[in-house]
Design a binder for this molecule. Structure first.
Ligand SMILES: N[C@@H](CCC(=O)N[C@@H](CS)C(=O)NCC(=O)O)C(=O)O
Length: 341
């Protein structure tokens, strides 16, 4: 029996990966304490490499970060309410969609978060308010807000790319949101009536768009049901459901949200990961490529370098029957060439 003083999740409300992990732990019914503010930052700075939230404190006193890695570990420790679909091919698709959300959707999120002055002020204040755990009277509140605003705004090109592709980056988010809005009208989950890890990764990113100034407005006005979906996924500790395979019937997969999301992975996410890897191998500081007809240039992201080899490895170890079920859909959606090393 695990008790709530054994796991501690160190994170922030305005960190997409922290919210992803929090919703995941709630759904899995793994009891934990949520630790935010300066205390969470101190753990991230002193207990893990690289410095990143969220960090999970384990019952044995160890600390681990990286949400994908943490979910892998918790999936292997506990079997009840697993987020790994029974069907191996579906489980792989969920991982691919998780990686798309983690690695691509951050670019538009960060852009909307830090582009305009109104967003910079509002969003930095929210982050620092949480850092001081609501103590707005803290003497360093204004100075820290300004520091954070400047720091994050200075990272805009490194996270979201050069301004020439800002329109493409934003359009990629709206393509995704339009797909979500159509899908959640029909059903909330991608692989049946229970969530996979893909829904949690998407939730993490959307939870941020709901908090930030400009994006909150377009979320509510243009994507009202997706906005409500975010609130539901946040705590699904009571939900029960069943898996329903998407990959075992070609017509079912072609008419699913999974197929639409894979097209986005094949259009934005996987080409970006490959360009990032190639530039790094050639010892270049920047990668650039054409995405959706636009030039996209960004500083090489070392943190994203393990993603493509990891996806290729996970694809490589699938059974022949899973690969046979996946290959038409992965081919059609433009993902397959990136997954074969
Ligand atoms: N792949 C990691 C990414 C985590 C991450 O990038 N966290 C950001 C906040 S959302 C962070 O801590 N950045 C450190 C910084 O801003 O210096 C995960 O899934 O947990």
């Amino acid at each position: 029996m695990i008790t709530a003083d054994q796991y501690k999740l160190y994170g922030f409300l305005m960190s997409p990966y922290s919210m992803k992990m929090r919703a995941y732990l709630r759904y899995r019914r793994i009891p934990f304490q949520w630790v935010t503010g300066e205390a969470a930052n101190t753990i991230a700075m002193t207990e893990v490499e690289p410095y990143m939230v969220p960090v999970l404190g384990y019952p044995d006193g160890s600390y681990v970060n990286d949400s994908t890695h943490l979910i892998d570990d918790l999936e292997s420790r506990y079997s009840d309410r697993s987020t790994t679909a029974e069907n191996e091919a579906d489980a792989f698709l969920a991982l691919l969609i998780e990686d798309y959300a983690d690695e691509w959707l951050l670019a538009p999120l960060f852009l909307y978060r830090w582009e305009t002055e109104a967003d910079q002020t509002h969003n930095a204040q929210w982050i620092i308010y949480e850092y001081f755990r609501g103590n707005i009277g803290h003497e360093q509140f204004d100075a820290m807000t300004e520091l954070w605003r400047t720091r994050q705004t200075g990272m805009l090109k490194a996270v979201s790319g050069e301004p020439a592709s800002y329109d493409m980056v934003k359009a990629s988010l709206h393509d995704f949101l339009a797909i979500m809005e159509r899908a959640v009208r029909e059903r909330p989950f991608f692989f049946g009536s229970r969530p996979s890890r893909a829904e949690f990764a998407i939730f993490g990113m959307l939870s941020q768009l709901m908090q930030d100034l400009s994006s909150n407005r377009f979320m509510r006005e243009q994507y009202p049901l997706t906005s409500r979906w975010v609130g539901i996924i946040d705590d699904m500790s009571d939900f029960e459901g069943d898996w329903e395979s998407v990959s075992d019937q070609p017509e079912r997969s072609q008419n699913s949200i999974v197929y639409e999301l894979l097209k986005l992975s094949g259009r934005y996410h996987l080409p970006m990961l490959l360009a990032n890897q190639t530039a790094s191998q050639n010892q270049e500081k920047f990668y650039s490529l054409k995405i959706a007809g636009e030039s996209h240039k960004r500083r090489v992201l070392p943190r994203a370098l393990p993603c493509l080899p990891d996806l290729q490895q996970r694809y490589g170890v699938l059974s022949d029957s899973a690969k046979a079920a996946l290959s038409p859909v992965l081919d059609d959606t433009g993902c397959l060439p990136f997954l074969i090393d």
